[in-house]
Design a protein around this ligand. Structure first.
Ligand SMILES: Cc1ncc(COP(=O)(O)O)c(C=O)c1O
Length: 459
């Protein structure tokens, strides 16, 4: 006789009359419950037979090893190199003059305060994150006096750093926007095409970089965006274009704005380096503010990875500027439906740090000083590398090193020259010739200059 509990369980299972509850699932659950509740019925044909998962053969045996991420893979290779002179210029993270990761003093101080606040708890955040963080983040990028903010036309949602903000924005557009094509610059940050494709958009590119001048291909950009179908989405790097370090001038931005608006193209700004390019948060927000000032709509992904050094805390925000407060609030309700099944709600710690810094004028000022120091060190590295190549008489025009802006220099070295740098000089960088200026120091500039000189004269 079956124990009472077994009968009860079986009865409960049998009450699933929903036709969508497939019979195979039903069969498996019944078998499992019989097995667990009455293991003596092993001879019964309801017993569980040995499943393939219990054999030595893996159900994942068919998988091929995936290639390393082209950017993060540089660090993997660097870590394996035992050379004492090795240099990692692949990864977009700031390093001190001593080559060490930096936690800003203001961040450390705020973290201490947060830890000491006994009233803080670890409850779930709302789906949209820390309310104050969202408000202050919108003010930081759009400006405190932005009409869009004053008219409540901005929806801001805390997301998982810049990447997560781009992904949530992409999925929102794929669900609710009438055009599914996004134009991204060629070249761009390697994750962009993958993020938007997986979000459900179709990715096309527009010309951006002119190898001959190592500058902006402005004509190509205007031509490609000029022939994009009306309504298409256009990804724009707000400042410090990655990987080229080439930004449009303010006049060129104005022409781009006029073109986008006249063709009803929807701008999606990626702001990963505000304050990091020029050292000024306002200057680096100028392009974005130009587009917001005309009253038109746009999306913006914001990251605090670089400008507050909060890389691993994954702090960022997605802002969507709409035409009216009413639309903005409906937008927010729909963005919540994107976020909820993706990761439910964002993490609390990093956004609390950012909100505390943006809220308090002393902390804010301290942050801007530390931010400017990081930007200045990068600018100094540009000058030192340029001078070092000049003094070696390295063939070619290297002025792009001081003209380009932000964390990266697009050196113009080809893939063979890059692999020469790695093999002969233990210098690691992505195969497109991009180097992170933040990974350089006065001590390592001569080593890099020697390597570049050798590469362009011998490869
Ligand atoms: C252009 C650009 N966008 C977005 C990101 C996203 O970074 P995170 O997700 O760490 O904020 C990066 C990081 O390197 C970037 O360079």
């Amino acid at each position: 006789m079956r124990p009472q509990s077994n009968t009860t369980t079986t009865t409960n299972i049998n009450t699933f009359s929903d036709p969508s509850f497939s019979s195979s699932i039903h069969r498996r659950i019944t078998t499992l419950s019989n097995h667990l509740l009455n293991p003596h019925m092993a001879s019964d044909n309801q017993s569980i037979s040995v499943s393939p998962t219990a054999s030595s053969h893996s159900v994942f045996a068919h998988l091929l090893p995936a290639p390393e991420d082209p950017i993060l893979g540089v660090t993997v290779a660097y870590n394996k190199d035992p050379s004492p002179v090795k240099l990692n210029l692949g990864v977009g993270a700031y390093r001190t003059e001593e080559g060490k990761p930096l936690v800003l003093n203001v961040v450390r101080r705020v973290e201490q305060q947060l830890v000491n606040e006994a009233s803080r708890n670890k409850e779930y955040l709302p789906i949209v994150g820390v309310a104050d963080f969202n408000k202050l983040s919108a003010r930081l990028i759009f400006g405190a006096d932005s009409p869009a903010i004053q008219e409540n036309r901005v929806t801001t949602v805390q997301c998982l750093s810049g990447t997560g903000s781009l992904r949530v924005g992409g999925e929102f557009l794929a669900r609710h926007y009438h055009e599914r094509t996004i134009y991204i610059p060629q070249p761009t940050w390697g994750n962009h095409p993958k993020i938007f494709t997986l979000a459900g958009l179709s990715v096309k590119s527009y010309r951006y970089y002119a190898p001959a001048t190592r500058g902006l291909d402005f004509e190509g950009l205007l031509e490609d965006l000029g022939s994009a179908p009306s309504g298409s989405i256009v990804l724009l790097h707000a400042c410090a274009h990655n990987p080229t370090g080439v930004d449009p001038t303010p006049e060129q931005w104005e022409t781009i704005r006029q073109l986008l608006r006249s063709k009803a193209l929807l701008p999606f700004f990626d702001s990963a380096y505000q304050g990091f390019a020029s050292g000024s948060l306002d200057i680096d927000a100028q392009a974005v503010r130009l587009f917001v000032a005309d009253g038109g709509e746009l999306l913006l992904a914001q990251s605090y990875a670089k400008n507050m050094g909060l890389y691993g805390e994954r702090v960022g925000a997605l802002s969507i500027v709409s035409k009216s407060a009413d639309v903005a609030s409906r937008v927010e309700s729909q963005v919540k439906l994107v976020v909820r099944p993706m990761y439910s709600n964002p993490p609390i710690h990093g956004a609390s740090i950012v909100a505390a810094i943006l809220r308090d004028s002393d902390l804010y000022n301290e942050w801007t000083i530390e931010l400017k120091a990081m930007a200045d060190r990068i600018i100094t590295m540009r000058q030192q590398l340029f001078d070092a190549l000049q003094s070696r008489g390295t063939p070619g025009d290297w002025s792009h090193i001081i003209k380009q802006i932000g964390m990266f220099t697009f050196t113009g070295l080809n893939a063979e020259q890059v692999s020469f740098l790695t093999k002969e000089y233990h210098i690691y960088l992505t195969s497109d010739g991009r180097i992170s200026m933040a990974g350089l120091s006065s001590r390592t500039v001569p080593h890099l200059a020697d390597a570049i000189h050798a590469a362009v004269t011998t490869v």
